[in-house]
Design a protein around this ligand. Structure first.
Ligand code: UTP
Length: 291
């Protein structure tokens, strides 16, 4: 058996237009929208670091430079704060070390598969993670983040892994859906995948959510730039082609998922995370009780 190669790199596709959150996303990248006290992208980067990721690869587009700037050293800000004797602890997660972050451009939003393909030269010939920051995942107590749990599963079985969760039967058309094989613990063998099937056509209710660990062979498949559902180059279609050639599993992680890509999910994420915050929780609860 060939050795399982470690996952050191994570791709963050952040070139989408975020039309469901307009007008907020007209000039502000969706991933810079704040949930309680930090932008969505920072939750995603924190999760990657918690999973041992060393190389962050942002796939950005026009108008998205603030995502890269955010992770720079805030030199003037920090110097001024230091002079004033103010703590800079709040800035800790927002700095990257030299070379930790690389960004590439997706010139046109042709789909998630295309966004991932844009990172191919930086990914090179090694396995990599993909994190969609608008799926904000809060890991269960003491088990680490969603990606860390996926990396632990990957270290057992290797190959390709998608993060999956059961969704209501009438919601399958919003997700890539897994055709499940054998299940052992939290791991289910993937026999096939369908992008956005109508409820009657869905092979299960097991939906793929925004975390993946993939082998570099997926880039060769994406090279063909075949379009699928919605006329977009779909990551799900490319992944489906790896099934049978390489191990492929779906893992159910112990984490709460907030879909921050639409308005209701975004507001609920703010509410849930604020309520879990010891300083803010009582204030929100008191307000809600008064309504
Ligand atoms: P979404 O479809 O949720 O994002 O894509 P979107 O297109 O930005 O949002 P709406 O539907 O218009 O509101 C999932 C992820 O894939 C990225 C998005 O940035 C998001 O993180 N993506 C999608 C790209 O980077 N490029 C694309 O061409 C498409």
């Amino acid at each position: 058996m060939t050795a399982i190669r470690p996952v050191r790199k994570a791709v963050f596709p952040v070139a989408g237009l975020g039309t469901r959150l307009l007008p907020a996303t007209k000039t502000m990248p969706k991933e810079m929208l704040t949930v309680v006290d930090r932008p969505l992208i920072q939750y995603a980067v924190d999760e990657a670091r918690d999973a041992g990721i060393e190389q962050l690869i942002f796939v950005t587009g026009r108008g998205k430079s603030s995502l890269v700037d955010y992770f720079d050293l805030g030199f003037e800000l920090e110097a001024t704060m230091e002079k004033a004797g103010k703590s800079r602890a709040a800035l800790d997660g927002s700095r990257t070390t030299p070379g930790e972050l690389i960004s590439v451009r997706q010139q046109q939003p042709l789909g998630l598969g295309h966004a991932v393909w844009c990172a191919r030269h930086v990914v090179g010939d090694e396995p990599f993670a993909v994190i969609l920051p608008d799926d904000l995942m809060v890991g269960g107590l003491g088990v680490g983040g969603a990606l860390r749990q996926m990396v632990e599963a990957y270290n057992q079985v290797g190959g390709n892994i998608v993060c999956a969760a059961e969704v209501p039967a009438d919601k399958t058309a919003s997700y890539g859906i897994v055709d499940p094989g054998e299940t052992r613990g939290n791991l289910t063998e993937v026999r096939g995948m369908v992008e956005k099937p109508r409820p009657g056509d869905a092979p299960s209710r097991l939906a793929i959510i925004g975390r993946y660990i993939l082998q570099p062979a997926v880039m060769d498949i994406l090279d063909a730039k075949e379009t699928g559902a919605g006329g977009e180059i779909q990551l799900t279609d490319a992944m489906a082609r790896l099934i049978g050639r390489q191990p492929f599993h779906a893992v159910k992680v112990d984490a709460v998922r907030h879909d921050c890509g639409d308005k209701a999910g975004f507001v609920l994420a703010n509410l849930a995370i604020a309520m879990d915050n010891p300083e803010l929780g009582p204030i929100i609860e008191e307000y809600l009780a008064s309504r």
